[in-house]
Design a protein around this ligand. Sequence first.
Ligand code: ADP
Ligand code: MG
Length: 591
Amino acid sequence: MAERPGRGSARTVTPAEKAQARAVSLRRIGALFIGHRRHLSVVVGVIVVSSILAMVSPFLLREVIDVALPDSNLTLLIWLVAGMVAVAAATSALGVIQTWISTRVGQRVMHRLRTDVFAHLQRQSVGFFTRTRTGEVQSRITNDIGGMQQVVTSTASSVASNFTTVIATLVAMAALSWQLTLVSLVALPPAIYWTRRVARMRQAITAQRQRELAELNVIIDEGLSISGIQLSKTMGAGDAQIERFTDSSHRLIDLELRSELAGRWRMATMNIIFAAIPATIYLAAGLPFSTMSIGTLVAFTGLQAGLFRPLMSLLDVGVTLTASLALFQRIFEYLDLPVEVQEPATPVRLDHPRGHLRFEDVTFVYGDSETAALAGVSLDVPAGSSLALVGETGSGKSTIASLIARLHDATSGRVTIDGVDIKDLSLTQLAEIVGVVSQETYLLHTTIRENLRYAKPDATDEQIVAAARAAQIHDLIAGLPDGYDTMVGSRGHRFSGGEKQRIAIARTLLRDPRILVLDEATSALDNDTERAVQRAFDELSAGRTTVTIAHRLSTVRNADQIAVIDHGRILESGTHESLLDKGGRYAALSS
Ligand SMILES: Nc1ncnc2c1ncn2[C@@H]1O[C@H](COP(=O)(O)OP(=O)(O)O)[C@@H](O)[C@H]1O
Ligand SMILES: [Mg+2]
């Protein structure tokens, strides 16, 4: 299956470990409700009262049949009938209250889980997102938590309600006739047996179904996002995509069918058994030595018929809970992901960051990669100066850029700003100090104004216009019919590469970072556009520490310092002239 296996999933899991994992998650599920104990006890109280209240009815019925009707006692009859109506009214009212409270509790628990998962994933380093398919994350947050919600809200309240109904009914039945009560209970052992079998089946099917739902989501994301649809249209992959979607959807039919049917044949068997019980009871009541009144018989079979539904759904709780363990486990798996790039416990605050950037013998290895992407890189970029990184594709330039913004943490060595290890700065301050513009700009599907404001929520309209002017994009925006209120389209597809790039620059300008990292920000642009964007960069770079990664050497010759990167190492560094004089790799590249 396409799902990414978790850590350590390669070895086989013993049944004992499985059982332990289950116990742990049951306790964890319980812990989700701890904060709602007060509300839950109110729910239980309401349920107990209404179940006991409901038990009064059969006794009233027995009095109607055995006393009021034969004696033609109209007053008693009216009282008894009124009592029956009152009991029904009271239990219904209590039912409404109970649903209200338990749904609220269930919804709050789900809300907490949803927001916890979202917040936790937001803290994950980019490494997680490169490993994980977008649709998979969405599916867990919507489908899995959605599925849990159903379980939690319906199960939590039905457990209590059915449990008390069953107990109260049994007590009332025993009060009427304990012999017949025993006869009625013969159905219990087969019911429990079937239920356990179904529970196991359902859990397996649910896990499989959620994986399939995630798969479907991934296909939707890959097939129907703007980049995905462009790829599929240009590659003529439309039919294949439809086929992939159809196959996945088809497998879902099968899983849903199996999931639904898993319980049905058990229900059918139990229905037959339960239908046979009243028949047996009438038979027993008709036997010569029976002394039962007709009222008792009617009341008893009434009670007994009412036992079926709550008893079965009580047994079902086990089934749904076991099935939903699969859902909880998928969510807990996300909540348990370690955060790779961690916020320091006691952050150092730089009051007036100058932007002196240093790499001290930095080595970096991606995930479980065999080779180091960076090996022993040392760089010193004084505040306000510029460094250019050149080198072949795959030499490690973007990796250096990502370490400055702490998208990853160095495997060994340190990256410092003004002498402080960036791991000791709060992530918020680091983001304030370091601004990154890369080749791939991501614009939100909203107006230009909102896109710019994303960088600085309290920016005034004047500041926004000033930033756009500096980024050489104001005239273009002002010329649009809706100006700054123009929608950028999904991921900014309404704009050309150069235009998007300049919007991204304006966005970074608004943040006013001390250290600016430009990762091949102009390499996708044609010459004219590049010149316009380059002017924007010059504006942006003035007075800041800049690290520029550029494809065209023409754009880096003025840098204070140029470093040539090769296979994760610094091959040589110096100014344009000194490197040319040296006649090494840089000189070879320039000629
Ligand atoms: N997320 C990643 N996971 C594993 N390896 C990666 C990842 N990103 C880049 N690499 C590898 O690290 C090396 C350096 O990549 P990169 O820094 O992007 O190079 P450049 O920007 O100079 O073209 C390459 O060999 C690349 O394959
Ligand atoms: Mg790169």
